[in-house]
Design a protein around this ligand. Structure first.
Ligand code: FAD
Length: 225
């Protein structure tokens, strides 16, 4: 168990870690009319570039996690540090002053999937996925939208049926950000078709590398996929 630590001591610890492992960001002077005009939400990078950046991002998360800075406000039983959320914000504000690998690969997994697992999943599922997700070993994506279910998510058709001790998932999802480099996906399926459409839905964690999971690029009007 980690000892409780004051914000001041935590700040010293975080700065020492960042000084030892990252380069301070140089101050860029902002000038109107100069610099990049890029406004794209998602980078459209070559697969090799994406793979290299993913490896760098994972290495940085692992370093943070192993130093006790990977999941600062998370429960200790799942690899967290058990500190208040304000320490998380403090660390983020400090890390923003340093050049660190692009962490956007973890945006959906740590921003949405992991908190959902923590709040709603069975104990076994939490223990199985959460430490690896926060260490960067497991990247997660969200498998909600379908060709016929977007804003009206309750129209979804993907279904999960009991098959002995397991569940068999059948269906098609679309718009899955980061599916091509994700290890797990949080998939919402219909588990009881007899109920009204806003009921009978269940969330599962699927292995994105399992046989039967096919990930295909979705070409966008900007040319990227
Ligand atoms: C870049 C990007 C990344 C995404 N990433 C993910 C992801 O990781 N995982 C995932 O599951 N999904 C993802 N999505 C899907 C996204 O959440 C859906 O696009 C969204 O749910 C809307 O669904 P739709 O595109 O089918 O549009 P529709 O639901 O068909 O809506 C089309 C238009 O009709 C309007 N509309 C719909 N219903 C009504 C209504 N009742 N009244 C008035 N207007 C209405 C909408 O506002 C919209 O303008 C992503 C989408 C984008 C663009």
């Amino acid at each position: 168990m980690y000892p409780m630590i004051t914000e001041e001591s935590f700040r010293d610890e975080a700065v020492a870690f960042l000084e030892a492992n990252a380069t301070p960001r140089s101050e860029e002077k902002f000038v109107w009319g100069e610099g990049s005009d890029k406004v794209a939400l998602f980078d459209e990078k070559a697969r090799e570039t994406e793979q290299r950046q993913l490896e760098e991002a994972k290495a940085w998360r692992a370093k943070r996690f192993d130093a006790g800075l990977g999941w600062i406000s998370g429960p200790e039983e799942y690899g967290g540090r058990g500190l208040p959320a304000s320490y998380d914000r403090l660390y983020s504000s400090l890390e923003a002053r340093y050049e660190v690998p692009n962490q956007s690969f973890f945006g959906i997994g740590l921003g949405m999937v992991a908190p959902t697992i923590l709040a709603h999943a069975a104990e076994e599922t939490r223990a199985r996925y959460l430490p690896g997700m926060y260490r960067g070993d497991i990247v997660g994506c969200q498998l909600f939208s379908e060709p016929g279910a977007g804003s009206d998510l309750a129209s979804l058709q993907a279904r999960a049926e009991r098959d002995g001790d397991e569940w068999r998932v059948t269906g098609q999802k679309v718009w899955t950000s980061g599916a091509q480099y994700s290890d797990i996906g949080e998939v919402i399926c219909r588990t009881d078709a007899d109920l009204p459409k806003h009921k009978g839905l269940t969330g599962f964690v699927v292995d994105m590398h399992a046989p039967g999971v096919e990930v295909r690029p979705l070409r966008q009007m900007t040319g990227g996929a």
